[in-house]
Design a protein around this ligand. Structure first.
Ligand code: NAD
Length: 240
């Protein structure tokens, strides 16, 4: 097996943490970014960066690409601010778009020279089932739709470079982010559960398995795609 080096944003918990553990178990080197990097049990190197700060992110990435010969990045950090249409604040909209989108462009731009030089690379944006339409997620769903759009454009631009670009769109998954917005027994949880044909939430390991496949050597002919990992919730729904 070829041992690769991957950058994962939002790696300290939830889906990013599960992915970090999975990749490390498979023999890959993992560099994770989180706001708080104080975690001795992290299966790799965890770096403290607040991705909502443009300059801090840029400086941290410049240091990281000097230190590591990256083979790919998973843009996993995300931000939700649930709001009904009548309550959407433009500052909240900006914050959600910023955190979901700016770091994704910054990481890819930082890594691209290395990936191009290697003639091999993997870029994955973590989107969301919500991009298909859901109440109270105007800004979040728009950001997640843009991440899918990025993937299609980047996949075409990079199609002949050995670098593939894909997206994974999880359905409701049992993580801190999900629980912060949908406590057990809440109307939000009931609404999501009733929309999932399998009748249950996803587990972080089930999402990270799909991401790891798209990062693998075997996924070399797949680019520009969005893989829904959602217990069947996207079946019969049009993407656009
Ligand atoms: P989580 O809240 O459990 O973990 C989020 C991670 O992002 C943490 O490591 C946190 O430190 C990091 N992060 C957040 N803001 C940051 C910032 N400003 N700077 C640096 N790091 C920051 O989240 P999760 O549920 O594992 O979600 C991971 C991704 O999957 C997100 O993009 C989310 O939108 C997406 N997603 C989650 C679900 C779900 O139901 N959990 C569903 C669809 C999509």
């Amino acid at each position: 097996m070829t041992s690769r080096t991957f950058l994962i944003t939002g790696a300290s918990r939830g889906i990013g943490r599960s992915l970090s553990e999975r990749l490390a178990r498979a023999g890959h080197t993992v560099v994770g970014i989180a706001r708080d990097a104080r975690d001795a049990s992290f299966p790799g190197t965890l770096v403290s960066v607040d991705l909502s700060h443009r300059a801090e992110t840029e400086a941290a990435l410049a240091t990281l690409v000097q230190r590591y010969a990256f083979d790919g990045v998973v843009n996993n950090a995300g931000l939700i601010r649930p709001q009904r249409l009548g309550e959407i604040g433009l500052n909240d909209l900006d914050a959600v778009l910023q955190l979901n989108l700016h770091p994704a462009i910054q990481t890819v731009q930082a890594l691209l020279p290395t990936l191009r030089a290697k003639g091999w690379g993997r870029i994955i944006n973590i989107s969301s089932l919500t991009l298909l339409g859901v109440i109270e997620r105007t800004s979040y769903a728009a950001a997640k739709a843009a991440l899918v759009s990025f993937v299609r454009s980047w996949a075409l631009e990079l199609a002949q470079t050995g670098i593939t670009v894909n997206s994974v769109a999880p359905g409701p998954t049992e993580t801190e982010m999900f629980r912060a917005n949908n406590p057990p027994g809440s109307s939000g949880e009931r609404r999501y559960l009733s929309s999932i044909p399998m009748g249950r939430l996803g587990r972080p390991e089930e999402i990270s398995a799909a991401i790891a496949f798209l990062l693998s050597e075997e996924a070399s002919f797949i680019t520009g795609q969005t893989l829904f990992v959602d217990g069947g919730a996207s079946i019969g729904k049009a993407m656009l």
